[in-house]
Design a protein around this ligand. Structure first.
Ligand code: PXG
Length: 409
């Protein structure tokens, strides 16, 4: 069958699907050659009916598993009621979500957006305006400190403070107002803070950098320093948050509360993009009508789903399973005897396996695992990331481990 006929009859092979993307879409990704047609829990199925275990969970956007029945039910119910009002009018899901999410995070108020990058942009605007309003920073002088190897998204401002040449090259001129310091280095932060510093934007564990875990007391000391110097601590928990590390937020491990918390990905239950910054009423009071927003931000469909996500999180079921299955998986990984692996690190169900340069690139291992029926993804050249949906069972970990052991040794 020719590709055109196959498109029309909906009977395309995986190869034909990939060719369509190659020919008709920008090449801003390099996906593994699998075409998913449906999914449930930790399993996905390709267009030819082959099943794979998903050990990536859409970079933590599918923390509660694919097509979680309660989330799908809420989405379907909301689809039949109302999906979008814009913020020109109120809707009956936004208010409840704001209260429920803010309270659940132990904070006071939220500002909803859609994608993670939008929420990061929102945090940047908030911190700058807060600096001018509450800290007396001269207009146009606000400085935000960020870390080397950060990943906070793809907008022109966000790539302005990226240190990854691939993210930046060709996209200048860049937004000023950011200073980059070494991650995990408290002295570097102390030295970088000046009178015009309004915020420190940081990931509690750096995901895209390769699941880099900072020194044990880092976050606590960052919190103390930011409080002492009147600098907003802005934690990007878009990937680390909502159960991934075995606690609701990664910063919960350290008993640290940020001034601005950034959430995204799993907040939409893997169904709708919804992100938010969560903060205090005082900090969020910097915004007045017209100063910030988004057509879809706070839409009732996404809010209804996010409300169910908060309810699901309140059971602690997924956090507990991430902790227990994470310990189980790390325990098993440590038994592997191989000279290929340089380091295994992470927290909860978030694992980075770094290969020695001589052992080849991580992508090759991901391809081999794909052939064994398991999907995961490399980050940078040498690190493979495992981040399965948090509903994964012990038997499923055993299944995954068999394949990992085979491919790693
Ligand atoms: N902060 C962190 C820590 C992230 O991991 C973002 C912000 C941006 O979120 P949005 O929703 O704007 O992508 C992320 C995103 C990709 C990709 O395809 C993105 C992430 C991880 C892997 C791939 O751009 N993380």
């Amino acid at each position: 069958m020719t590709p055109q006929t196959a498109v029309e009859t909906g009977t395309m092979t995986g190869k034909q699907h990939i060719e369509l993307v190659e020919h008709n879409a920008a090449h801003n990704y390099h996906p593994l050659p699998i075409v998913v047609a449906k999914a449930e829990g930790v399993w996905v199925e390709d267009v030819e009916g082959k099943r794979y275990m998903d050990m990536l969970a859409a970079y933590s956007a599918v923390n509660f598993g694919h097509c979680h029945p309660e989330l799908i039910a809420v989405a379907k119910e909301q689809l039949d009621r109302v999906t979008l009002t814009s913020r020109a009018f109120h809707n009956d899901q936004l208010g409840p979500l704001c209260k429920e999410l803010a309270e659940y995070c132990g904070m006071e108020a939220i500002l909803p957006m859609n994608t993670g990058a939008e929420a990061v942009e929102t945090a940047i605007k908030t911190a700058r305006k807060w600096g001018y309003t509450f800290k007396g920073v001269p207009d146009g002088k606000a400085k935000i400190i960020c870390c080397e190897d950060n990943f906070h998204g793809r907008t022109t401002t966000i790539v302005s403070f990226s240190t990854d040449p691939t993210c930046r090259a060709g996209f200048g001129p860049f937004t000023p107002g950011f200073e980059i310091i070494k991650y995990g280095d408290i002295d570097a932060l102390e030295n970088a803070i000046d009178d015009n510093t309004v915020g420190f934007l940081v990931e509690p564990i750096q995901g895209e950098a390769g699941i880099l875990v900072p020194p044990p007391d880092y976050l606590r000391r960052v919190r103390e320093l930011c409080s002492k110097k009147k600098v907003l601590l802005i934690l990007d928990e878009i990937q680390s948050g909502l159960g991934r590390t075995g606690r609701t937020l990664c910063c919960d491990h350290d008993g640290v509360k940020p001034d601005i918390l950034i959430l995204g990905k799993a907040l939409g239950g893997g169904i709708m993009p919804i992100s938010a910054i969560v903060s205090s009423r005082e900090i969020l009071s910097v915004f007045h009508p017209g100063e910030h927003g988004s057509t879809f931000g706070g839409n009732p469909l996404a809010c209804a789903i996010a409300r169910k996500v908060v309810q699901i999180l309140k059971t602690n079921k997924y956090q507990d399973n991430a902790r227990d299955m994470g310990e189980y998986l790390f325990g098993k990984l440590r038994t592997i005897r191989t000279d290929k692996v340089k380091e295994i690190r992470g927290r909860g169900l978030w694992v980075g396996i770094e290969f020695h340069p001589a052992a080849g690139v991580a992508r090759d291992y991901c391809k081999r695992l794909m052939n064994e029926g398991m999907l995961c993804k490399d980050t940078h050249e040498q690190t493979m990331r495992l981040a399965p949906p948090l509903c994964i069972t012990k038997d499923e970990i055993d299944w995954a481990f068999e394949r990992l052991e085979k491919v790693l040794t």
